[in-house]
Write a new protein. Structure first.
Length: 190
């Protein structure tokens, strides 16, 4: 099923609906050729209950899939908002660690965000991460760690910058994990 998730939505839907329809039509034709109408008529009452049960099971599984996808979408949206908020905070706090290290942190944060938009998001469509974005995130840490705080104010700013960088890293990791798959495999199998 990973094949279907890697395809455009219109193609995946066409394959799923088309294949299911063809399979249903072929099954009906094969059953009608092998089993006579009189025998099918005797099983009609039992088949009705079986189809009703299968319909209810299908509806429950479909509802479950919708809820799972909606929750994953909501989680992904929250991870992106957390990443953006933490990146903004790092950018603002960089002014508190001096001109040269602060400017370096801001420049590297800008490079990270540009890379995340230009490379990481398209890579997530394929269920992968962008190595360039990972390097850009590493560069922010390297730029921040060049600052040697001389007073308590600088140490506090540095501590909070590192805390927010950790939040950016965790949110990115969550975003990448969520991009690798939305619906559990067991739901696809059923």
């Amino acid at each position: 099923m990973l094949f279907l998730t890697a395809q455009p939505l219109w193609l995946s839907a066409t394959i799923l609906v088309g294949f299911g329809t063809l399979l249903g039509m072929a099954g009906t034709v094969l059953v009608r050729r092998r089993i006579g109408l009189e025998r099918l008529r005797t099983n009609n009452e039992v088949a009705g209950f079986k189809f009703a049960t299968l319909g209810v099971l299908y509806a429950v599984m479909l509802a479950f899939a919708v809820v799972v996808v909606w929750e994953k979408f909501d989680d992904a949206e929250n991870a992106v908002a957390t990443e953006a908020g933490a990146a903004t905070t790092v950018y603002r706090l960089a002014a508190g660690i001096g001109d040269k290290p602060g400017a370096a942190v801001r420049d590297h944060m800008t490079a990270y965000l540009t890379s995340a938009i230009a490379e990481d998001w398209p890579a997530m469509e394929r269920g992968k991460a962008s190595p360039a974005t990972t390097r850009a995130l590493d560069d922010i840490y390297a730029a921040a760690l060049t600052f040697g705080p001389a007073d308590l104010r600088g140490a506090s700013a540095m501590s909070e910058i590192l805390h927010q960088l950790d939040a950016v890293t965790e949110a990115r990791r969550d975003r990448l994990v969520m991009a690798s798959g939305i619906v559990p495999g067991v739901v696809w199998i059923v």
